[in-house]
Ligand binder design. Structure first.
Ligand SMILES: N[C@@H](CCC(=O)N[C@@H](CS)C(=O)NCC(=O)O)C(=O)O
Length: 221
């Protein structure tokens, strides 16, 4: 039986969130790691916009939005209940993720790479990003995660971007971000699922033997 094909890039936060959900759903894919500066023709053929992640189902159907890949995987199997909330709704999670992908990502890019955006003031965009992070913090203090006492879709979709923000200037983040937010990020990034999703894989080229994502979990000695 052929597997869906996943085009991915290890450090891309969009691709990370897709891999988290594929792992959570235990959904095996043929793994094609790409270099963004040298994208394979097969990726462009599947999705001319050529961003990662892209998932191509065995029947040829293409999903080229990270959140759609998450939902596609979790609607097949959701053992960690990322779509099942005790408090809040899926619509509320999607709305928060949308704000991450629009406003927060806009400010994050300009904080991280001010030279790539004419007239960008890194400090101003850092402060604007913090307004969103403070809002996340107000949710996290209630029960530990964004929508309750365990991670759900929104946590896993948003955390890769918060991690990117934290890493721009980790000393500044440690001194200025609220403790619950920092603890939330530390808990997620230290989780075995996160670690497995960040497994290193050399770039794919046509003709390579099939490599499957996820790689098997390490077994206890
Ligand atoms: N809306 C897309 C955005 C994906 C995206 O922008 N990915 C970046 C990498 S983090 C990308 O592929 N950029 C194209 C490039 O750098 O050439 C999604 O959610 O999947």
């Amino acid at each position: 039986m052929s597997l869906p094909v996943l085009y991915s890039f290890r450090r891309c936060p969009f691709a990370m969130r897709a891999r988290f959900a594929l792992l959570a759903a235990d959904c095996a894919c043929e793994w094609r790691e790409v270099l963004l500066r040298d994208k394979p023709a097969a990726l462009r053929e599947a999705s001319p916009k050529a961003t990662v992640p892209v998932l191509v189902e065995p029947d040829g159907h293409v999903i080229d939005q990270s959140l759609e890949i998450m939902l596609w995987a979790l609607r097949q199997r959701d053992p960690l209940q990322w779509l099942q909330l005790e408090h809040g709704t899926l619509a509320a999670m999607l709305a928060l993720i949308d704000r991450c992908d629009s406003g927060f990502k806009h400010d994050l890019d300009r904080y991280k790479y001010p030279n790539r955006f004419q007239g960008a003031d890194a400090g101003q965009h850092r402060d604007a990003s913090m307004a969103f992070l403070d809002e996340l913090d107000r949710r996290i203090v209630v029960a530990g995660f964004l929508f309750g006492a365990r991670p759900a879709l929104a946590d896993m979709a948003i955390a890769p971007f918060v991690r990117q923000f934290a890493r721009v200037d980790s000393a500044w983040f440690d001194a200025n971000a609220a403790a619950p937010l920092r603890e939330w990020l530390a808990a997620l990034t230290a989780s075995p699922l996160w670690e497995r999703a960040m497994h290193k894989q050399p770039p794919w080229k046509p003709g390579d033997p099939v490599c499957v994502f996820p790689v098997p979990a390490p077994t206890a000695p």
